[in-house]
Design a protein around this ligand. Structure first.
Ligand code: 26W
Length: 768
């Protein structure tokens, strides 16, 4: 796309006149944002129509979450007009940076949702026909604030700036029928721009609305209250994103959301497919579906139901589904594997439930051992089993994760269907996670190896011969990014950190398995060592955290409080805060991540081995030139393969050691043998910290030293090795050797481009 200054400003002014009866001179920021975005949308319209009307085979990515972040800058970048737009706007006195206030579209919780967003962008950039289908939540992931160190949640009103990057397509609304209600699903389409290639795919998000418009006749017949209730129940379905990450909540409203999304999407896709006149039996040659974890797995029985309404037999319908659907698993956490109460499902969706039961019967008829293979058992529907039984391919998201799925989580299924299982290691889009968030670094790389790496990230390895030469520039840019982040943190969090400190960062959802607590305990250990004079030359370090805890996750919230108490102690201690600062930033989200990732020196990826399916934050840091301080878990394993284990800082139990460690695990014994560790652990109960009388810190303490399964994630076991490696890392920090390691990581991050991931999906699964 090209922007002509006069023409573009005329477009913007025309939109301002029509929509707000004003012009650029009098418009406010929100009006400017909407008009500028709409003007770009108008220019992209032809390309969008052309892409969507093509006749090629397409894949539909079904996901309850798309964590898109902010659209404006990345869209302008991908359309190739970011610099031009900046210039044009500044010629009329508008700083494009003013739109940094625009809310993120946070329609996702964490890794799974952000992965979906990266995949859409990368597929468009590789000219792969992939469209997203999901839910247009009125409120995304809650906004987080801290008061007295405790997390508080507020509604996320992401639409308050308007939604100029979507179009409402009311003419394609479909009805979704539950046993007790029928609602409209109205699609909102968001264009997904490929990187400078003219391709535009679509993210279609469904919004629930009442069937009847406001009806005065019934209102006058005194039915007003019932109508109000009906309207409320209809809009309630897509009102809010469930804020749980890795924990299943058996709420019927969530089941409603899932069915709403898949039913609307499939009706829409089938309606369009039927118009092509091709037979339904050929559907899988033209349409395939990727199910992003179990959340959209109801799509399978819903498709069976819809196909049977078209007159197909169960066997015919099953055959189509078994060729069209594929399933990605994103976690081995038992509490995340979705299971629904069979009676509740039957009550809400009788015809869908019937198809599930028929699948179970088919499985039985095939003579499968009912103790090992079941979909419905003891009144529970097992969504992952349904997915594996029907789908053509099942994939894990990093090599170690896929191995665990085969060996443990889905062992029986793997034995029965070995060919279904494939690994596709996750990736990230290098456009948002380098070109956009770290433009200076990108330019520095361009100077040395050209720009091909923008779309073929493995090209970065061409930097290998010039890494040493690049060191001064790398240091300089990193320093500038750190200055910027420090200024932002001072403004947003009210804490001053020095850009001369090492920036040691752990940002991700708050979960016990991710072990933010391990990091916290090490910081407290360093604190006492410094304070009491045992650690004389501690490398000045800023320890940064960002994480949201699910509102009902008690221990996760306790860990936030604990870290905030540590921050208060450390930052308020003049003698120690010369060597360390601790900041837990509020409301960590995609936009905050963009600022943090390019400024980090150390990437903390310290989950208990075997628990983090892949991680994708680890890849973002690597691309931006940080070393990983981590366990051999998830994609860390592959990061070490690519960049060299000697260029990262690996510690802790390996996945194969964990079972033996847990056999005779005694946290008390570890504490007895490590008085320094005992001391920092006991700060949770000895009055060092004040939890406002809530008892959360004591409960946290108890969870790691007491009860039937204390310290489930072996924080205490890994502590000593973690501290040993972390100390080594901090000693290395700042040297040329250290920054060479950082650069080595950057130069070998090619594998982790989601361009590669979507190409793998296309080649191994979608065949598009
Ligand atoms: C039903 C509640 C629920 C909600 C979200 C269960 C499970 C989830 C997600 C599957 C959790 C998730 O986001 N998993 C993460 O997926 C990323 C993308 O593949 C991986 O990189 C992370 O390791 C994994 O934790």
């Amino acid at each position: 796309m090209k922007l002509n200054k006069e023409e573009f400003l005329a477009d913007v002014n025309a939109i301002l006149r029509g929509d707000y009866a004003c012009d650029l001179a009098s418009a406010n920021k929100k009006e400017r944002y909407n008009a500028l975005s709409k003007a770009v949308m108008m220019k992209a319209y032809d390309a969008w129509m052309k892409s969507t009307q093509s006749k090629q085979k397409r894949c539909a990515y079904f996901s309850a979450e798309f964590l898109m972040g902010r659209a404006i800058y990345s869209n302008l970048l991908n359309l190739g007009v970011l610099d031009e737009a900046r210039k044009i706007m500044s010629s009329v006195g508008v700083d494009l940076g003013e739109f940094e206030e625009v809310e993120d579209a946070a329609l996702g919780n964490g890794g799974l949702g952000r992965l979906a967003a990266c995949y859409l962008e990368c597929a468009a950039s590789r000219d792969l026909p992939l469209d997203g289908y999901g839910i247009r939540y009125r409120y995304g992931l809650f906004r987080q604030t801290f008061a007295d160190g405790f997390q508080h949640e507020e509604g996320d009103d992401w639409l308050k700036w308007g939604d100029p990057w979507s179009v409402r397509v009311e003419r394609e609304a479909v009805k979704v029928v539950f046993s007790d209600q029928t609602v409209w699903a109205v699609p909102y389409d968001m264009p997904i721009f490929g990187y400078r290639n003219g391709v535009v795919n679509t993210l279609r998000l469904w919004q629930s609305e009442p069937l009847r418009p406001f009806d005065f006749a019934s209102f006058n017949e005194m039915k007003g209250e019932r109508i109000a209730e009906e309207n409320f129940n209809a809009t309630k379905i897509t009102d809010v994103l469930y804020p749980n990450d890795n924990t299943m909540v058996g709420k019927i409203l969530r089941l409603r959301q899932q069915y709403f999304m898949v039913s609307a999407s499939l009706q829409d896709i089938l309606r369009k497919y039927k118009k092509t006149g091709k037979p339904l039996s050929e559907l899988p040659e033209h349409r395939v579906f990727q199910l992003n974890d179990t959340h959209p797995v109801l799509a399978i029985p819903e498709m069976l139901r819809l196909l049977r309404l078209e007159g197909l037999s169960f066997e015919e319908a099953f055959d189509i589904c078994s060729r069209a659907f594929n399933f990605t698993n994103h976690t081995i956490m038992a509490e995340a594997l979705e299971k629904w109460d069979a009676l509740a499902l039957k009550d809400l969706l009788p015809a869908v439930y019937e198809q599930i039961v028929t699948c179970q019967q088919k499985l039985e008829k095939e003579g499968a051992d009912p103790n090992r293979y079941y979909i419905v058992k003891d009144g529970i529907v097992h969504m992952a089993n349904l997915a594996i039984y029907v789908c053509a391919k099942v994939n894990g998201v990093a090599q170690i994760h896929t191995d665990i799925l085969k060996r443990e989580t889905f062992r029986d299924w793997y034995e029965k269907y070995p060919d279904k299982f494939v690994n596709i290691t996750n990736g990230i889009t290098p456009r948002r996670w380098m070109l956009l968030n770290n433009p200076e670094m990108a330019k520095e790389i361009d100077k040395r190896i050209g720009t091909q790496w923008h779309t073929e990230l493995s090209e970065l390895s061409k930097l290998d011969p010039v890494l040493t030469e690049m060191l001064p520039a790398f240091r300089g840019i990193k320093k500038k990014n750190k200055e910027k982040l420090a200024a932002y943190i001072e403004k947003a969090e009210g804490v001053k950190i020095s850009p001369d400190f090492a920036f040691d960062v752990q940002v991700k959802r708050l979960h016990e398995y991710k072990r933010q607590l391990l990091n916290a305990l090490s910081i407290l250990y360093f604190y006492y060592e410094i304070k009491e004079g045992r650690m004389k030359d501690f490398t000045p370090t800023a320890f940064l955290f960002g994480a949201k805890a699910a509102p009902g996750y008690y221990n996760a919230k306790a860990i936030i409080k604990f870290i905030n108490e540590i921050a208060k102690l450390v930052n308020g201690d003049e003698a120690v805060s010369r060597y360390m600062k601790v900041v837990f930033v509020q409301n960590y989200n995609v936009s905050y991540a963009e600022k943090i990732v390019c400024a980090a020196d150390i990437s903390e990826q310290i989950s208990m081995a075997g628990m983090e399916a892949s991680g994708t934050g680890n890849m973002k840091f690597m691309l931006n030139g940080t070393v990983t301080l981590g366990t051999m878990d998830g994609a860390n394993v592959e990061i070490c393969e690519e960049a060299g284990i000697e260029n990262n800082y690996i510690f802790g139990a390996r996945v194969e050691d964990v079972p033996d460690i847990k056999k005779f695990y005694s946290p008390r014994q570890i504490l007895a043998e490590n008085p320094a560790l005992k001391r920092v652990v006991e700060t949770m109960i000895d009055g060092t910290f004040d939890d406002g009388g809530t008892g959360v810190l004591r409960k946290l303490y108890e969870s790691i030293v007491e009860g039937y399964d204390p310290d489930h994630y072996i924080v205490l076991y890994d502590f000593a090795d973690y501290v040993r490696v972390k100390e080594q890392l901090l000693r290395d920090y700042g040297t040329d050797e250290f920054y060479l390691k950082c650069l080595k990581n950057l130069a070998h991050s090619g594998k982790f481009s989601a361009d590669r991931s979507v190409s793998d999906y296309s080649r191994l699964i979608w065949h598009i």
